[in-house]
Design a protein around this ligand. Structure first.
Ligand code: HAM
Length: 422
């Protein structure tokens, strides 16, 4: 026997029994996004590496350490997308969808980051990504948060906390960065190695560290909110007013800076402590400079992405996933001539709206009934040579112990099943 090949570490197979949660999430998301007027948009998995370096930022962990980057056969450097925002902006500029107009767009699909895999953190994971363009005010930031809150309500999910912050404009952030570095330098001996390295490249990320010994230093660090200019402050207050109107509770987390460089003004995350270390279920914010940075005309943008694996975990954990839909009827067939009739009968029953699984691949009656039982169907229809000649079907109730098998005429079978399935 040849050696078995296994999946790549951190890249999961989603088995059929896991899909009910995914399907519930996808269907609910779609309904809610339609209700708010967002349009679906799909972009390629593979983009030029420069797109991510310029948008997410060369100094970020994502670009510096986590991207799946390689040369394609023409020698061009390409990257499997680690997130969706950059690709959507690239496509929006390319197709003239962003300048001087308002767009509400969404996308879902796999993303790739070469992180250390653990529960809730994978190398291929899935996001639902929602982006809005052309709207500079806090109203649309608030709409995005309201939309996520509605999604949690529709799914029945509890235990999520909304954290918000404002990281101001690039100018105010540069001043903050200087002061933060000065402060952190003065506590260098209390920083871990990672944070010391970040001091020169990406000091704001030091605030994100979860290392327990560093928390006193982090807690006492200068607050970015004290550095906001009047416009940023008004924007942030505007967002809070909308959230208050909608009665959405939130906490202001001045240490929330996010791991991507393109943000301006509002940033937010929905977090939970029900998932262990990977508690961020949804994150996003405003990125008013990104379209221009990627070669478009200045256009405000704002958005978020939901980590689907983490949300599906929460759905399962909170018992919010129903069983997979079963077939209602299993058609068991004895003999080659009956097979053709069984296939025709199955199609006719599906035309009538019934969920039907028809036995294929042969097998004796006993094994077919075993498959019928495993399928979860309530009824098995037995079709052999005799039934075929008599234009009858034997109906076996698989879920009522000791129920008698019934003979039903072909043209009455669909009415009979519908009566007994309702
Ligand atoms: P992000 O915070 O990097 O933001 O990712 C968003 C969400 O994706 C996270 O909150 C988490 O739920 C999920 N996620 C991230 N990495 C992993 C992983 N390795 N395994 C499993 N789940 C993961 C962005 O990607 C931004 N593009 C969001 C955005 C859209 N900002 C504005 N528009």
């Amino acid at each position: 026997m040849s050696r078995r090949i296994q999946a790549i570490r951190g890249m999961n197979d989603l088995l059929p029994e896991a899909m009910a949660g995914w399907q519930r999430l996808e269907a609910t998301v779609q309904t809610i996004l339609n209700a708010y007027g967002y349009c679906e948009f799909r972009t390629p998995l593979l983009e030029k590496t420069e797109l991510f370096a310029r948008s997410i930022g060369r100094a970020t962990d994502i670009v510096g350490k986590e991207m799946y980057t390689f040369e394609d056969r023409s020698g061009d450097s390409v990257t499997l997308r680690p997130e969706a925002t950059a690709g959507l902006v690239r496509a929006g500029i390319e197709h003239g969808l962003l300048h001087n107009q308002v767009q509400r767009l969404w996308h879902s699909g796999p993303m790739f980051r070469h992180e250390r895999p653990q529960k809730g953190r994978y190398r291929q994971f899935h996001q639902i990504d929602v982006e809005a363009f052309g709207m500079p005010g806090p109203d649309i930031d608030a709409e995005l948060v309201l939309l996520t809150a509605r999604l949690w309500r529709a799914l029945g999910i509890g235990g999520l906390t909304l954290e918000i912050n404002s990281i101001g404009t690039p100018d105010t952030r540069a001043t903050y960065r200087k002061d933060l570095v000065r402060y952190l330098e003065s506590h260098r001996d209390q920083l871990d190695e990672d944070s010391v390295q970040r001091l020169s490249k990406n000091p704001l990320r030091v605030l994100d560290s979860k290392v327990a010994e560093m928390q006193p230093v982090i807690m006492a660090a200068p607050s970015i909110l004290d550095y906001l200019d009047d416009v940023s402050r008004a924007h942030f207050e505007g967002l809070q007013a909308y959230l208050a109107d909608a009665e959405i509770p939130y906490v202001i987390n001045t240490k929330l800076v996010r791991g991507l460089d393109y943000y301006t003004h509002t940033v937010f995350e929905w977090t939970t402590d029900l998932l262990g270390a990977q508690g961020s279920v949804c994150g996003g914010g405003r990125y008013d400079g990104l379209v221009e940075e990627l070669g478009g005309k200045p256009t405000p943008g704002t958005g978020f992405a939901i980590g689907m694996e983490r949300l599906v975990d929460l759905l399962n954990q909170q018992g919010l996933v129903g069983p997979e839909p079963n077939p209602e009827v299993y058609v068991a067939i004895m003999g080659e001539a009956a097979q053709r009739q069984g296939m025709r009968l199955s199609e006719r029953l599906r035309d009538q709206g019934l969920l039907v699984q028809c036995n294929c691949g042969g097998g004796n009656l006993k094994s077919q009934l075993r498959r019928a039982d495993k399928s979860g169907a309530k009824f098995a229809l037995l079709l052999g040579e005799r039934e075929r000649e008599d234009k009858m079907v034997s109906v076996k109730d698989l879920r009522t112990h000791g129920a008698e098998q019934k003979q039903i005429a072909h043209d009455e079978i669909s009415d009979y099943l519908k009566r007994h399935l309702s």
